[in-house]
Design a protein around this ligand. Structure first.
Ligand SMILES: Cc1cc2nc3c(=O)[nH]c(=O)nc-3n(C[C@H](O)[C@H](O)[C@H](O)COP(=O)(O)OP(=O)(O)OC[C@H]3O[C@@H](n4cnc5c(N)ncnc54)[C@H](O)[C@@H]3O)c2cc1C
Length: 222
């Protein structure tokens, strides 16, 4: 753990913020570390075991990202319900039209499915049982679901949804990120597929070729 004072970097560390299209609640920095000194007491686990320690945290981190995705989707659903009951077109609230009602039914069903899978994963984590496949499943399903649901909510808002006047545009932009960080959807699919089918031989061949090239380039550079 490298301690950092507010508004500045410790010696040897530099960084600049990356402009993003959403998730404005926090800034994202590209960091560079060059000769940063870290006191021994700041070690978070046994020396040389960092990858293992980080890998152990992945199940919790994936459940956490799924929870964020579900929260965004739930917010979008609640706002869409309220708007559809209030907005009148052709003489009645748009909530009367089947096209809107079915959208809301689908959104609520998808959210509940993700939520129940999340509760299962959290229970497994709390019970100390391994659930890497299920943690990947809920991260994958909840984030894909959140993009669909927030997009449906934006559609229910019509033109108003594409403005900055309602929070639904933010739910949609923020939900998009949940498919990318903490391991992309494709990486989650890979983990799930590997646990069902065994590791892909093709991917293994590609990886060893890539690492071989890297090692060769390293030797040439040396
Ligand atoms: C706002 C934000 C905050 C972030 N915060 C953090 C943070 O706090 N800490 C941190 O460490 N990282 C952070 N990240 C980085 C994030 O985890 C990565 O962007 C993400 O893991 C994807 O890696 P990449 O960007 O290098 O994409 P790439 O690995 O280049 O992937 C590009 C595309 O190729 C696909 N792909 C790559 N490899 C495979 C494969 N083997 N099989 C199938 N498809 C593949 C990906 O799914 C993706 O669609 C953050 C990113 C963002 C946008």
């Amino acid at each position: 753990m490298i301690e950092k004072q507010r508004g500045g970097f410790p010696p040897g560390m530099t960084g600049s913020p990356i402009p993003k299209i959403g998730y404005f609640g926090w800034k994202t920095f590209e960091l560079a570390l060059d000769g940063v000194r870290v006191p021994k007491r700041n070690l978070m686990g046994p020396e040389g075991k960092a990858f293992l320690l980080m890998a152990k945290g992945l199940e919790g981190a994936r459940a956490h990202t799924a929870a964020r995705a579900i929260g965004l989707a739930q917010g979008a659903l609640e706002d869409a319900i309220a708007y559809s009951l209030e907005r009148r077109q052709f003489g009645m609230p748009i909530a009367e039209y089947q096209a809107i009602r079915f959208k809301i039914a689908t959104m609520a069903t998808e959210i509940e499915a993700a939520r129940q899978l999340l509760y299962f994963v959290c229970n497994e984590i709390d019970s100390g049982r391994r659930c890497d496949k299920e943690a990947s499943m809920v991260k994958y399903f909840a984030s894909e679901m959140a993009e669909r649901v927030t997009s449906s909510a934006l559609q229910i808002f019509g033109g108003a949804g594409y403005t900055k006047l309602f929070p639904v545009e933010r739910y949609w932009r923020d939900a998009r990120l949940t498919k990318i960080f903490e391991g992309t959807s494709e990486i989650q699919q890979r983990i799930i597929a590997n646990s069902l089918l065994g590791k892909s031989e093709v991917e293994g061949m590609i990886a060893s070729r890539a690492f071989g090239n890297q090692a060769r380039q390293g030797k040439e550079a040396a």
